[in-house]
Design a protein. Sequence first.
Length: 460
Amino acid sequence: MSHDAPPPVNDIIQCIGNTPMVRLRRVTEDIRTQVMAKCEFLNPGGSVKDRIGVAIIEEAERSGGLRPGGLVVEGTSGNTGIGLAIAAAIHGYRCIFTIPDKMSVEKIKLLKAFGAEVIVTPTVGPDHPEYYVTVAKQIAEDHSNAILANQFYNQANPDAHYATTGPEIWDQTGGRITALVCGMGTGGTMTGCARYLKEQNPDIRVIAGDPDGSVLKGAKATGRVEGGQPYKVEGIGNDKIPTTCDLSLVDEIRTVPDKDAFLLARRLTREEGLFVGGSSGLAMVVGLQVAREIDDPSAVVVVVLPSTGERYLSKLYSDEWMRENRFLVSDEAKATDLMSRKRAGAAGVLSITGDRTVKQALALMNEHGVTQLPVMSGGECAGSVRESSLMARAIEDAKVLEGTVSSVMGAPFPVVQSHDPMDHVMRLFTRHNEAVLVRSAGKIDGILTRSDLIGHLARS
C-alpha cells in the first residue's frame, strides 16, 4: 500500500471527482467477465451529483446569471441538492430546494445540515401545480439574483461528465472498457460519459438501467413518452425525457424491479464493502447481466455506483421497511424451499450429543466447516454449542476441552416446521441466535444458518 498522501487542497470542491474504481469479486464469483465499480458514492457529498453541482454554479457565474449574494434553487431528489449545497457553501450562495415526499428522511436532514431551506412537496405528476420542479421554478422566478439549477435541462450537467467522469473511466481501465452501465435520471452521467467514451472507441456498448415504471425504455423503443407507473428506487428513472439525456448514445435500456435493485444493493454492502443506494443496486443488476452475456475474461464492464447507502438507512437498509414493502422475501417461500436447495438431495442434520467432549465438538465443526452445532437428545434439541464461545473458554482453561458438551452448551436453537413461511423463520434470527432447526414429518432433519438466509435473500 502506498503512503503517498495527496497534497492539501484549498477547498472541498477540489476533492470532487477522481473517484476509485474497484474490481468486484464476490458478487461476480460465477462470472468470467471483469466487472468494475466506479465508486461515485465516494465523492465528498456522497454522490455523483457533486460533479454537476459545482459545474452548474460555476457556469452560472461565468454567464452572469448568478452574482454575489445570490440564490440557488432546484427541484431535487436529494443528491443534486447536496452537490449544489456544497458548491454554494464554498461560493457563498443561499439555497432553496424542493423535494418529493417519497424521498428518504436522511436526504432532507442532510440538505438542512448544509444550511439549505427544504420544501417537501407531494409525489405528483408533472402537470400538477405542486410538482416539485414546478414549485422550484416559481421560487426562482419570484427572487431576483436567483438561478434555477435546472439539472434536467442544463447542459452543464452532461458537460461535467464529458469533461471528468468519462475520461476517468477511460484512463482507469487503460482504454479496455467494453461496456458502460449506469442508471438514468437526468441522463447527464450516461450522456456525458457515453459521448466521451464512444469518441475514444465507437464499439463501447452503453447499457442503461431503468426502474420498472419509468418511461425511458419505452421512449427509446418508440420515440414516444407513454404510461409510467410508481416505483421506489430513488434518483433514477423518469416520467419525461430531459434534454440532458441523449438516448441516441444508449445501445440498450433494461428495466429492473425495485426488489432486485434493493437486494443487490444490500449484497454490495455486505459482500463487497460498497455502501450504496438502490440506484447502484439497480445498475449492478444490469451490469452483472451484461457481464454474464459477454462471458469473456478479457472484457471489462464498468458500472457506475452513483450514491451512498447512508441516505437509505430508513428504507432499503431497514428490514422492517423492506418487509412492509414485500421486498425482503418471496411471499410463497417456506423453510422447506430453502432446505431443499441447501441439501441438494442429502438428508439429516449435523449434530452432537451432550456426552461427547468439547474437543470432539470442535473437531466435528472443523471437519465440516461449520461454526455451531445443535446438541441432540432423544430426537430433540437440548442445547447448542458455538465454535467461538468454546474456543474462548478453552483458551482461558484448557481443561474445558476434556469436559462434556452438556456442561458448556447454550440454549437450544429454535425449531420451525418445514411448511413455515420464511418471514416467520427470519424473525428467529437475532444477534444471539444464528441458526434455526427445521422439523419435517415430526422429525428434526435440517438446520438453517445465517449464511443460508443471506444466500436465500440474494436469490429472492
